[in-house]
Design a binder for this molecule. Structure first.
Ligand SMILES: [Zn+2]
Ligand SMILES: [Zn+2]
Length: 421
């Protein structure tokens, strides 16, 4: 096993330059969720050139690339490829050329690394048997892309995988790989609440039902869900990230809108928190004498992501063999969310999802031990404002050795689960 992994990885030297060009091109041309047409076309062209059977337009702009190589397990390798509505502020020479859109979550890196792994695996096909099913997934940021691919008869058309393997960049020092068995990422429920009051002149509040005041008290009362309704050994996050109402100081508006984001780690807590939000939103409107109940709608949602414990242990052990055990660690569960688990859940197979560091270690200070950096980061000792992470305008993965790490991890994981030739 170790021999076939190292022989496959030996091909990396020859493709590093090309992969770096591919990465910079993707980074310079980010596309928002479900609009990844250029990206999908580039991906389809490259995978076809590598000898994969490529199908575009799966679940919207998704691309599936299959390499059938005899009997054996089918491994689903997944990369997402959408970008975010952020104005890039990295100063990189290959920064986004599209105003207000940026690859700020590293999905360009995921796509580059999967393409690199597909090349190494295709070249090494005499050493393994089975089927590679690569997913280049749209719309991860909206939580809809993976499910859209599944719902496009994915498994009926392309076969059912035996395992799902996926990776994500992380604001760790480059070269480190982290994976957590069990519940690894939080569920998200993003909600839009529209409070209906009754507008009027600002000088005559008695003739109105002021939605601004209802919104304000709703935001304050929502803070009591986590502090008063969630047990000390449980965890949840309720963030109101947007609040909008009115146009002028002396006009009481008809409506107010708030947008909130909930993170939880179990379905029980998830249901409880969502129910509490509904209860509070309605009760605050009723308390103010509003005639209509507020409207509550879902902006997006992600399920809890759960890594299979045995599969994770086997994959992380393989990473340790290849990268060195001091480079592989358990980052614990994160409050971020991810839809890669939808493939595994729909197929009823194990998920292995890991993160790989992509930041210049010097960003964390001189001569530091990278593993200690991660510990300090996770325990809150590092000021993350000084180290721009995902979803910020300054998130700037170093091209290398990030690509090397990501290609190595994905190739190693795939070969760990494919059959012997
Ligand atoms: Zn993201
Ligand atoms: Zn992401």
């Amino acid at each position: 096993m170790a021999a076939r992994i190292s022989s496959a990885l030996a091909g990396l030297d020859a493709i590093r330059g090309d992969l770096a060009d591919f990465y910079r091109d993707l980074h310079a041309h980010p596309e928002l969720s479900d609009q990844e047409h250029r990206t999908a076309a580039e991906v389809a062209k490259r995978a076809t050139d590598l000898g994969y059977e490529v199908t575009s337009g799966v679940g919207g702009t998704g691309v599936v690339a299959v390499l059938a190589n005899g009997s054996g397990p089918t491994v689903l390798l997944r990369a997402d490829f959408d970008a975010l509505p952020i104005q890039e502020d990295t100063g990189l020479p290959y920064a986004s050329t599209t105003d207000g859109v940026m690859h700020a979550c590293g999905h360009d890196m995921h796509t580059t690394c999967l393409m690199g792994a597909l090349k190494l695996l295709a070249d090494a096909r005499s050493t393994w048997s089975g089927t590679i099913m690569a997913m280049f997934q749209p719309a991860e940021e909206t939580g809809r892309g993976a499910q859209a691919m599944v719902d496009d008869d994915l498994f009926a058309r392309f076969g059912r995988p035996d395992i799902v393997l996926a990776q994500h960049t992380a604001p760790f020092p480059v070269g480190l790989v982290g994976g957590h068995a069990g519940t690894a990422a939080a569920a998200t429920d993003a909600l839009r609440v529209v409070i209906h009051g009754k507008g009027g002149h600002g000088s005559r509040p008695e003739a109105t039902v002021d939605p601004v005041v209802i919104a304000a008290s709703t935001v304050m009362r929502l803070q009591t869900i986590v502090s008063r309704e969630i047990a000390a050994d449980d965890a949840a996050v309720v963030t109101v990230g947007s609040m909008r109402a009115g146009t002028k100081d002396n006009i009481i508006p008809d409506d107010a809108e708030i947008q909130l984001n909930i993170r939880t780690f179990t379905s029980q807590t998830r249901e409880k928190v969502v129910a509490s939000v509904h209860r509070i939103v309605k009760a605050e409107a009723a308390a103010a004498g509003a005639e209509w109940e507020p409207d509550i709608s879902v902006i997006d949602e992600f399920p809890v992501m759960v890594n299979d414990a045995d599969a994770m242990a086997k994959t992380l052990a393989a990473f340790g063999d290849v990268l060195g055990t001091d480079r592989v660690f358990d980052p614990g569960r994160i409050t971020g969310s991810e839809d890669a688990g939808n493939f595994a859940t729909a197929a009823g197979v194990p998920l292995c999802y890991w993160m790989f560091g992509v930041l210049d270690p010097e960003q964390f200070g001189d001569g530091v031990d990278p593993v200690q950096v991660v510990r300090d980061m996770l325990s809150g000792k590092i000021d993350l404002k000084k180290v721009p992470g995902p979803h910020t305008a300054g998130y700037a993965p170093v091209v290398e050795p990030s690509i090397t790490t990501g290609v190595t991890a994905m190739t190693t994981a795939a070969l760990t689960w494919l059959g012997a030739s």
